[in-house]
Ligand binder design. Structure first.
Ligand code: AN0
Ligand code: CP
Length: 318
């Protein structure tokens, strides 16, 4: 594997899940693979799970790990070419990328959508520059439009808990006070479509995702109707994608919060969320604390999804 930014990079999903199960059975079976290899993780945004699970996965493979928080202690980086750099940014990505690449073998990047300019975000300008100018394998730790390590962990979790071959999976929008990127729902939709589950997306009007991510999913504007017979409920907030409201919060209506009443409409569904989650906005305490809640299991599987991706990258380096 040379890069990992979307579902297409992982190849056959069945094989990827099988490899994940193999890694999960013995996560120290490949400790020689990363010897004298260095992973550099670069964060333009905050993280708890991605930071720790990816570092742990790299350590399981015997890698050395360096972490750079671009906005804490590093020079502020300019990302646009042609800018007269007379502001607060001291260094350009075009120098920083090859310098950083010279110290490592593999690069992970977290660079969220900035939600100001849809074209810039959807062209993935930051991670694409790392791919183009680093000369190293690059993987996404959540970029502007996708969060594939999360979606892969979600797929593994669903495969572990599903009770039928083709479960009904519902992605539901839920309220949140601040504008969040579409990366998690886009990516989840991309992976669920690729997995060929019965897949339904529900959200208030105005929160339509980009058509290339919706794919063949059924979009249902009535959340309660969408929940009927569901086997998995995947909650997430996102800001509007459609113009002219790109990046805006259109609603914080707590009628969309996932609660026990709505979960009662499902086929005793499992509850999922990528975390971090705002309790009693996205989901009530009762639901997230219920035995049907898989949020901790998903987070645990982040170590596994990261390890499969790093393993494949390292195998390709040899
Ligand atoms: C981020 C998002 O919604 O993309 C990261 C989720 C993994 N969430 C927040 O910023 C709260
Ligand atoms: N789910 C996830 O990516 O969490 P962090 O933002 O804490 O890394």
């Amino acid at each position: 594997m040379k890069k990992f930014t979307c579902v297409g990079d992982i190849g056959e999903l069945r094989a990827a899940v099988a490899e994940a199960m193999e890694v999960k059975r013995d996560r120290f079976a490949f400790t020689g693979l990363g010897k004298n290899r260095t992973l550099l993780m670069i964060f333009f945004n905050s993280s708890l799970r991605t930071r720790l699970s990816t570092q742990k996965a790299a350590m399981n493979l015997g890698m050395n790990v360096m972490v750079l928080d671009v906005n804490q202690g590093a020079w502020k980086l300019e990302t646009e070419r042609g800018v007269v750099m007379d502001g607060d940014k001291a260094e350009h990505l075009l120098e920083a990328i090859p310098v950083m690449a010279s110290y490592c073998d593999v690069i992970g990047v977290r660079a969220f959508a900035q939600l100001c300019n849809k074209t810039e975000d959807y062209e993935e300008r930051i991670i694409e520059q790392f791919i183009r100018y680093s000369g190293r394998p690059v993987f996404s730790m959540e970029a502007a439009t996708r969060h594939p390590l999360q979606s892969f962990a979600d797929l593994i979790t669903i495969e572990e808990y599903k009770k039928k071959e083709r479960p009904k999976v519902v992605l539901t929008w839920a309220p949140h006070p601040k504008a969040l990127p579409q990366a998690v729902p886009n990516s989840f939709a991309e992976w669920m479509n690729a997995a060929d589950y019965e897949f339904v997306i529900t959200h208030p009007k105005g929160y339509e995702l980009a058509p290339e991510f919706v794919g063949n999913a059924r979009v249902e504007y009535d959340q309660r109707k969408a929940f009927e017979g569901a086997d998995f409920i995947y909650a997430k907030n996102w800001s509007a994608y459609a113009d002219p409201n790109y990046g805006k919060v259109l609603s914080t209506d707590r009628d969309w919060t996932v609660d026990t009443g709505k979960m009662a409409l499902t086929n005793n569904a499992y509850f999922m969320h990528c975390l971090p989650v705002r309790r009693n906005m996205i989901v009530t305490d009762e639901v997230i604390e219920s035995p049907q809640s898989l949020v901790i299991r998903e987070a645990e599987n982040r170590e596994i999804s990261a390890q499969v991706v790093l393993k494949r990258i390292l195998e390709n380096l040899k």
